[in-house]
Design a protein around this ligand. Structure first.
Ligand SMILES: Nc1ncnc2c1ncn2[C@@H]1O[C@H](COP(=O)(O)OP(=O)(O)O)[C@@H](O)[C@H]1O
Ligand SMILES: [Mg+2]
Length: 293
């Protein structure tokens, strides 16, 4: 399974360019698509599902080019969990999934077997008779994930599946994605850095329709090496002085005073240490670096 995006641009009728000449090859496993709201993540995902035709550029799945009369073949290899998914509120979980399976043309018995398997995997077996409208946000998202998996896709596209979930559900969804990534390519979009840190080894960082970074999490962390500092100060007055002088990313009260985190290419002119770099540090460093350019 290979996914190739070549020079893809999407310009909407209102002249908004949501995706601007992007190139990407998506590898196996969970691949993160990280970006603030409006970055173009959903638009790019809609292109990958064949729903949206790009204004320019080419997309290939297993060497099959999109928009050349074979989109049906491509769609059969794809599972999609959209950002907003409101599945039939009046149907039970079981009926809803059976109905969706039927729409996808999956043979009835096979479909029931898969539903049973995925309900078990996602911890929903005991909730299968509940109406969709009775489910919590996290449960709805799990059902959404099952509907995306029913056709056993090689390429799973999930758009911000953790938004609005409580911490336990967020962790659960992330783990399910990692479980389901075995033997598949999973494209996982989010605006939350911890989602990526917990699931992916590779990612693309998107802003204003372009990729600011594509590559491994490790290499992104390395970029920020030697640029992140923590300083302990006595009080907020001192912290504020640092904030004026440097780019600070966080401050926190401690037993003794305050700890301030600073991004700086050179060692700040104050007693400070270099902490273990987190993906959030590396992300913020990337953002700062790009703003300078
Ligand atoms: N159908 C559309 N028509 C016009 N503009 C759109 C449309 N869909 C998205 N946009 C705009 O494209 C940009 C990217 O949106 P989107 O892909 O939804 O970003 P993200 O998913 O990263 O939040 C935004 O500025 C958004 O307002
Ligand atoms: Mg979106």
């Amino acid at each position: 399974m290979s996914v190739n995006i070549k020079n893809v641009t999407v310009t909407f009728k209102n002249q908004v360019r949501a995706v601007d000449h992007v190139n990407l090859e998506i590898p196996h496993g969970v691949y993160g698509l990280l970006g603030e709201n409006g970055a173009g993540k959903t638009t790019l995902m809609r292109v990958l599902t064949t729903v949206l035709t790009p204004s320019d550029g080419e997309v290939y799945l297993d060497g099959i080019r999109y928009g050349t009369g074979k989109d049906e073949v491509i769609r059969q290899k794809i599972g999609y969990l959209p950002q907003e998914l409101n599945l039939y509120p009046g149907l039970s979980v079981q009926d809803c999934l059976e109905y969706l399976g039927e729409l996808s043309g999956i043979p009835k018995e096979e479909c029931k077997k898969r539903i049973r398997y995925y309900l078990e995997k996602t911890g929903l077996t005991n909730h299968r008779k509940k109406k969709m409208r009775q489910l919590s946000g996290g449960m709805k998202r799990r059902v959404g994930l099952i509907q995306a998996l029913l056709n056993e896709p090689e390429f799973l596209i999930v758009d911000e599946p953790t938004t609005g979930l409580d911490p336990e559900e967020r962790v659960r969804i992330r783990n399910l994605l990692v479980d389901f990534s075995e033997g598949r390519t999973v494209l996982f979009s989010t605006h939350v850095v911890e989602d990526i840190a917990a699931t992916c080894s590779k990612l693309a960082v998107m802003r204003k329709g372009s990729f600011l970074y594509t590559g491994t999490v490790q290499a992104l962390l390395s970029r920020a090496k030697g640029k992140i500092w923590t300083a302990n100060v006595a009080d907020d007055t001192e912290a504020k002085r640092l904030e004026k002088q440097y780019r600070t990313t966080s401050k926190q009260y401690t037993e003794e005073g305050m700890t301030v985190k600073i991004i700086s290419d050179v060692k700040p002119d104050i007693d400070c240490t270099q902490p273990k770099i987190t993906l959030e540090d590396a992300y913020l460093y990337l953002m700062m670096e790009k703003k300078k350019q």
